[in-house]
Design a protein around this ligand. Structure first.
Ligand SMILES: [Fe+2]
Length: 383
């Protein structure tokens, strides 16, 4: 066994913990930029709670509430300009993955010259302002890793900024913030948790820490996602999904995602599809493509999804992972085909060429590495 474990963010988990943001942030400086989406953090009252907690500690704050779903690199650069002009000491991301990723991007771009696209392409960054993340969904795992995903509006490339500089100093995972998340968002963010765990586990960059975290996350999603969708007011489901999200977030921090995220990001880049739905829509065809290469791993996925694999051959058990995932996706009503987004046969070549050109890092981590023709085939089977 050869592996490393590096996770420098403090994770503060628990109901009501959002109220402690100010007390925990007081050593980070006197002025914060709070980054949110356009309305939900305000409407749900979370922004008021955070503001009160900061003001209690005499921390001045200003708001950047221009984050869109599938955030744009141009939004990051706008936010970074505001951070620089106002001399903020640190950045707080409050919301789902889009708000947290944008906060990471702003903190990074505020201290690194030139276009953020260059750093997404691999240029190393010098530093970033301190980052605090408060997740309101379960989730993208962004609070527990050093990725931030952005879409370049000119090229439609949706890709991660990955840098050791964008780990949060601390993250708050407060399941009470998730009680009011609508059913469809609970489903799409919850299924993203599953794919983080599964892709980290089946991927070529998996390692022993990942395996332990990922299989537990899959088990938790299988047991609690439907309940969180149907009984969103029940804190027990929210707490277990929040924990699954944290586990899976650390798993992708260690091992990354693979082909499902590569193919999904491409769909979101062009069609602005919700992230989790972009993944569910291509997942079945992708799994069928990979299963013969790693039947042992897919059999474990099936088991974690609740399948009784006793008496089955390895190949049969592996195949059951597809059925079990399909059942889970049916139960929470996420799309299982890319036709749901208006994509037709005529779009396949363009999407495949784009994914094959720009998302190589993800595709190459897959248990079976797809060729361009394979990518076309997977998209076509996902229609
Ligand atoms: Fe994801």
């Amino acid at each position: 066994m050869n592996f490393e474990f590096f996770m420098p963010s403090r994770l503060i988990f628990g109901a009501g913990k959002v109220k402690e943001v100010g007390a925990n942030a007081k050593d980070l400086g006197k002025k914060a930029l709070v980054v949110t989406g356009k309305s939900s953090a305000k409407k749900a009252g979370f922004l008021d709670t955070v503001a009160e907690s900061l003001e209690d500690q005499h921390i001045e704050w200003l708001l950047f509430d221009e984050v869109e779903p599938n955030p744009l690199t141009t939004t990051v650069e706008r936010g970074a300009k505001i951070a620089r002009e106002n001399g903020v000491d640190f950045v707080i991301g409050l919301g789902g993955g889009s708000a947290m990723d944008t906060a990471k991007g702003i903190a990074f771009a505020a201290l690194n010259e030139g276009s953020v696209n260059d750093y997404i392409a691999g240029k190393p960054g010098k530093d970033a302002l301190p980052i605090v993340l408060i997740t309101t969904t379960a989730g993208t795992g962004s609070e527990a890793n050093n990725y931030a995903v952005f879409t370049n509006p000119n090229t439609k490339v949706k890709k991660s900024l990955k840098s050791p500089k964008i780990y949060a100093r601390f993250s708050i995972i407060d399941p009470e913030l998730m009680l009011s998340v609508p059913r469809n968002v609970t489903a799409s963010t919850g299924i993203d948790v599953f794919f983080h765990a599964m892709e980290a586990y089946i991927g070529r960059r998996s390692q022993p820490f990942t395996d332990a975290l990922a299989l537990e996350a899959i088990r938790l999603v299988a047991e609690n996602l439907k309940g969180a969708c149907e009984h969103g007011e029940d804190i027990r489901y929210r707490e277990r999904m929040a924990w699954a999200n944290t586990l899976a977030g650390v798993a992708i921090n260690l091992s990354g995602t693979c082909g499902i995220h590569g193919l999904g990001h491409t769909l979101s880049g062009f069609y602005n599809v919700a992230h989790g739905e972009s993944l569910s829509a291509v997942s079945i065809a992708f799994m069928r493509f990979c299963i013969p290469e790693a039947p042992g791993k897919f059999a474990k996925v099936a088991e974690a999804l609740g399948v009784d694999v006793r008496g089955l051959t390895l190949a049969e058990a592996a195949e059951k992972s597809v059925e079990a995932l399909k059942d889970l996706m049916d139960s929470v009503k996420v799309p299982e085909s890319i036709s749901a987004f208006g994509i037709t046969e005529k779009d396949i070549d363009m999407l495949a060429e784009h994914a094959f050109t720009w998302l190589t890092h993800n595709l190459e981590a897959s248990p079976k590495i797809p060729t361009l023709e394979d990518v076309k085939k997977i998209y076509r089977e996902s229609l």
